[in-house]
Design a protein around this ligand. Structure first.
Ligand code: NAI
Ligand code: 13P
Length: 324
């Protein structure tokens, strides 16, 4: 099978490596000419995944037209750029496997909704779950959710994407798989703040559990199934990113908790912390749907410069309520 990967950040590069290791013919589109050169000449992505030694079989390109022969396309640019990139490529009815985690600012669309609007002829699948790119590229054991409405395509893609250390679990709940990945990034920022401000491990566990409750409320309001949210793409990814400084979202939160301004940390980054972009649009959408998301509200306030102590006190002073 010929696989085209759109986006050569850390995750696109790791997925290209998995596919190439499985013997697939892989073409990887990178936006940055220096990334194309680094992959083709030194078999390394020096900018976004510097420690991984890549298969020489991966061919990098800066021209989306070079993906014209691919049988399936993995879409791995950050969520805010998916719409623009899909407008530029002729997908010609080929399956799109959507791998970004986020909600589009302005439109409040999930990535599958963007793709369905921009490329209504393309069959869609979502790949999501607890997957730090550097671990996947190193061949460490990883399980993911692969969601697709079409059972035939779902099984075919699962067969192709599975590897000795990458195990996809199939689902037909596309929206559910996406909600988990988008919301956990926001909650990971909150957990990072707890860590950076030294609020303790009890507080972090509370944020994970209450965050999961609000992820579930929001997901159900958007048509997700609760069982998907408690699977790899929801709870699984929440646990991963809320407990590790390998997470860019968690690290951003640590910086905020230590008192550094979010805006300057974001301006200094080349890599993406999707939660910073998803948080405001998630808050807007939750409010519009009447879903209570206090942790998300808190993260938005902190990104806007609110004081950590004041936000912590406000969360603790909320009216008492039943847990369920
Ligand atoms: N890194 C990871 O471990 C994982 C990342 N993801 C998701 O994959 C998506 C991509 O993230 P990473 O590969 O980590 O990115 P990254 O942070 O490693 O690199 C940034 C990426 O953004 C791209 N970019 C910047 N401006 C752009 C524009 N205007 N148009 C198109 N692309 C642009 C860059 O070319 C680069 O590919 C995100 O939604 C992320 O949440 C999902 C699972 C794991
Ligand atoms: O989505 C991820 C792991 O599943 C990566 O998390 P970060 O974007 O926070 O690094």
């Amino acid at each position: 099978m010929r696989i085209g990967v759109i986006g050569a950040g850390a995750w696109g590069t790791a997925l290209a490596q998995v596919a190439a290791s499985g013997g697939e013919d892989v073409t990887l589109w990178a936006r940055e000419p220096e990334v194309v050169a680094s992959i083709n000449e030194a078999h390394v992505n020096a900018l976004f995944l510097p420690k991984a030694k890549l298969s020489p079989a991966i061919r990098a390109t800066g021209d989306l037209a070079d993906l014209a022969e691919a049988d399936a396309l993995l879409v791995v640019v950050p969520a805010q750029h998916v719409g623009a990139v899909l407008c530029e490529i002729d997908v010609a009815g080929r399956p799109l496997v959507l791998c970004a985690k986020g909600i589009e600012a302005g439109t409040r669309r999930l990535v599958s909704e963007i793709a369905a609007d921009v490329r209504p002829d393309a069959p869609l699948a979502v790949l999501s779950g607890p997957t730090f790119a550097h671990e996947v590229a190193a061949g460490l054991p990883t399980a993911v959710t692969l969601a697709c409405a079409d059972p035939g395509l779902r099984n075919a893609l699962a067969e192709r994407l599975a590897g000795p250390s990458l195990r996809p679990y199939a689902s037909d709940d596309v929206i559910g798989a996406e909600i988990g990945g988008a919301v956990k990034n926001v909650l990971a920022i909150a957990c990072g703040v707890v860590d950076g401000a030294g609020l303790g491990q009890n507080a972090r566990a509370a944020v994970i559990a209450r965050g999961f409750a609000e992820m579930t409320r929001y997901g159900i309001a958007r048509g997700a199934r609760a069982e998907t949210l408690s699977g790899l793409s929801g709870l699984g990814d929440l646990v991963l990113t809320c407990s590790s400084t390998s997470s860019r979202n968690f690290s951003l939160g640590v910086g905020i908790g230590e008192g550094r301004p979010a805006a300057s940390m974001l301006a200094d980054r080349r890599t993406v912390a999707e939660g910073a972009f998803t948080a405001p649009v998630l808050r807007e959408d939750a409010r519009a749907r009447g879903v209570d998301m206090p942790v998300t509200e808190a993260v938005c306030a902190l990104l806007e410069g609110a004081d950590v102590d004041a936000i912590t006190q406000a969360l603790l002073a909320r009216p008492l309520r039943p847990e369920a």
